[in-house]
Each structure stands twice: as structure tokens, then as C-alpha cells.
Design a protein around this ligand. Structure first.
Ligand code: MG
Length: 374
């Protein structure tokens, strides 16, 4: 007894506008994801049937995984026939046929299909229909009783001799999947519970859904403190605040934006503001920290990050900062191109204790949450 996964990767992805099986997806690609989920679900080895463009990727994967490969044909049927020729055909051998474009299928679904094939000869992933279904009749439509309808997915597992026989007796244009051939040539297959995650990546909307599954949350922490001194402007959150002192710094000393930039860079693991904007560099003398924040925003964008949320606290005995925070939130939102309601700003004192409480300095702490687009 053996369990072989037959991975069909012969499609060109013409409806997507790019090769959906090879495009980066969550630090990997659909082809590799599909191969790994079949192995995780219980396949002992794989046969990948690929289009010429995907062949090098599958070849590289074959050095890491128990995978052999061949080129696909003109149709799904022809590709499956090419792959079946490389699969074992013992009467207890199980073949698990899977579309490479269904790369989020939970391994538990693969296992359900295999278990069903071992006990009943077949196991085909399927789901009921929850939407109302209409059938066009002339110029009108009539509702269809959906209680007996199934959406057929892959994986589809079969005892090898049975599915090979079904293919041998069928013609290329007869069906769009393996279970239909089995139904017509062998008998009614056993349908097991599929999963919405088995969605086939076909359209740009499918691709957007796939990318949303690959967003990785990241969090960063920032802290900064600057000495209060006479003769300096006090700038917090890009707002000039009337006060008898300002913050000493090479730049405008905007302690809030400095803590915030460190939080953003930290979440992206891109270093800190000292690395990106050295305080010895004359280019940054008295520069508005909002200019630097915009540069950090661009850097995040270039590296595939988007800002989900920011929370910051400014620690100052005086002046009162809350009246200036609405404008500061607007500034930060404009510089990072995010809505102000994703930006939380707070102020606190230290009850006349510490250097902040004695009015010697102002400090700020910030936490930033990013999403990584992979
Ligand atoms: Mg600073």
C-alpha cells in the first residue's frame, strides 16, 4: 500500500494575468504550498505535472521533497494522463489528485480523502451550496433546489486501478474533474467534507483573498527622550506648541515622532532612526521630523509593509499636550497615508518625579503594528 499525490500544475493562469502558481505568496508560492500540504495530509510521495514555465520550480522542489515530475498536456485530462503514468497502480495504492491552484487546502481534508479511499475506494472533497441558485429558463429564472447540490473540489483520492481505469475509458472533453470520470465509469464516489480554504485561485479576486491570508502581523516598540532648553521651539507630533522651552536636538527634537519612527522601523526590523538619519549628518540639522516620518513611510511601503495601528504616550509635566493631539494625529496620518482613527496619542505626567516630572526633559513611548504583504 502506498499513497501518492498527483499535483496538477499544468495551467497557465491566463485569467489571472500572471503565473499564479509561481508568483510569491506568503514567503513561498502556490506550487510549493500545494506540494507541502499534500505531504502533510499523508501523501508519501508526489508526482507534479507542470507547464514548461513551472518545471524549473518543481525541479528545485524535487531536491527537497519526495517529488517526481513531468510536463503537462493540452488539457487537464491530458496532464492527468501524463501524471498517472508515473504513479503506482497496485490494487491497494491510493492516488490523491489535487489542483496546484488550491494551495490553502487544510491537510486534514487530504487525510479525510485518503482514509475514505482506503476504506471505500474513493474520497472526493465537496461542499454544499449555501447561496440561492437560479436556473435560466427562457426569458426568466427558476430557483433550483440546492439541498441535493454539491460543489466538487480537490483533493480527490481513489484506489489507483479504479481511477486509472476511469481515465482509460474516458475522452479528454468528457469532464472537468476526476470524480466525474469515476462516477461515469466506475460508480458513485464517496464525497467527504471539503473546506472553503480549498478555493481555487483563478481570478484577481481569488488572488487578493490569498494574499490576505498571508498577511503577517508585526509589532514594534519605540522610545525617545530630549532635554528641555530655553531658546528652542517645542514641536510635538509636527505641531508647534507655545511654551517657554523647547527640545534640544540635531533635528527639530520632535520626541513623539522619533519614538514613533523607531516603533515603525522596529516592527519592520529595518533598524532605527539613528541608522537611517544620523545626527552627525548636516542634512538633518533642524530638519522637520515630519520629513523623516514620510521617508520612513516610503521605506515601509517599499519593503511590503502597511501600518495597521499606532499608539503613543508622551511623558511631560508641562505643557498640557492633549489640545494639540487632534492636529498631531492629522499630521501623522497624512505623512503615513493612514486614517487618523488608526493613530492613538496620549499624554501623562510622572507626578513631579523623575527628570520628566521635574521639567528637565520630555519623553515618548510608541507601539506600532504593521501588516506584512508577502
Ligand atoms: Mg530623538
Amino acid at each position: 500500500m502506498s499513497v501518492t499525490g498527483l499535483l496538477l500544475c499544468g495551467g497557465s493562469g491566463s485569467r489571472m494575468g500572471f503565473d499564479k502558481l509561481l508568483a510569491p505568496l506568503g514567503g513561498s508560492n502556490a506550487l510549493e504550498r500545494s506540494a507541502r500540504l499534500l505531504l502533510q495530509g499523508g501523501c508519501e510521495r508526489l508526482v507534479a505535472v507542470t507547464a514548461p514555465a513551472a518545471y524549473p520550480c518543481a525541479l528545485a522542489l524535487s531536491r527537497e521533497l519526495p517529488l517526481s515530475l513531468c510536463l503537462g498536456g493540452e488539457s487537464r485530462f491530458a496532464s492527468a494522463v501524463n501524471g498517472l503514468a508515473l504513479c503506482p497502480d497496485g490494487k491497494e495504492d491510493v492516488l490523491v489528485i489535487h489542483d496546484g491552484a488550491r494551495c490553502f487546502t487544510p491537510p486534514a481534508v487530504v487525510k479525510r480523502c485518503i482514509d475514505s479511499a482506503l476504506s471505500c475506494g474513493s474520497g472526493v472533497a465537496a461542499l454544499p451550496i449555501s447561496d440561492t441558485v437560479m436556473e435560466k429558463r427562457g426569458d426568466s429564472y427558476a430557483p433550483v433546489d440546492r439541498s441535493g447540490l454539491l460543489r466538487i473540489q480537490t483533493p480527490q483520492a481513489f484506489l489507483a486501478p479504479l481511477i486509472k481505469k476511469a481515465y482509460a475509458l474516458s475522452s479528454p472533453l468528457e469532464a472537468t474533474d476526476d470524480s466525474t470520470l469515476y462516477l461515469r465509469r466506475i460508480g458513485v464516489p464517496v464525497y467527504v467534507e471539503g473546506d472553503e480554504l480549498s478555493r481555487k485561485l483563478t481570478t484577481p479576486a481569488d488572488w487578493a483573498w490569498a494574499r490576505s491570508l498571508c498577511l503577517v502581523p508585526r509589532t514594534g516598540l519605540g522610545f525617545d527622550t530630549h532635554v528641555l532648553a530655553p531658546g528652542r521651539r517645542l514641536v510635538i507630533g509636527g505641531v508647534e506648541i507655545p511654551f517657554e522651552k523647547g527640545l534640544l536636538a540635531h533635528s527639530d527634537g520632535d520626541v513623539l515622532l522619533h519614538a514613533l519612527m523607531d516603533a515603525l522601523l522596529g516592527a519592520a526590523a529595518l533598524g532605527d532612526i539613528g541608522r537611517h538619519f544620523p545626527d552627525k549628518d548636516p542634512a538633518y540639522l533642524n530638519i522637520s521630523s515630519r520629513v523623516l516620518l514620510r521617508q520612513v513611510g516610503r521605506l515601509l511601503e517599499e519593503n511590503g509593509f502597511s501600518v495597521a495601528h499606532i499608539d503613543a504616550t508622551v511623558i511631560a509635566e508641562a505643557p498640557k499636550l492633549n489640545p494639540y493631539f487632534p492636529q498631531a494625529r492629522q499630521n501623522i496620518g497624512a505623512d503615513l497615508n493612514i486614517p487618523a482613527d488608526r493613530i492613538s496619542l496620549k499624554a501623562t505626567t510622572t507626578e513631579n518625579m523623575n527628570d520628566e516630572g521635574r521639567g528637565l526633559c520630555i519623553s515618548a513611548q510608541a507601539v506600532a503594528s504593521l501588516q506584512e504583504r508577502q
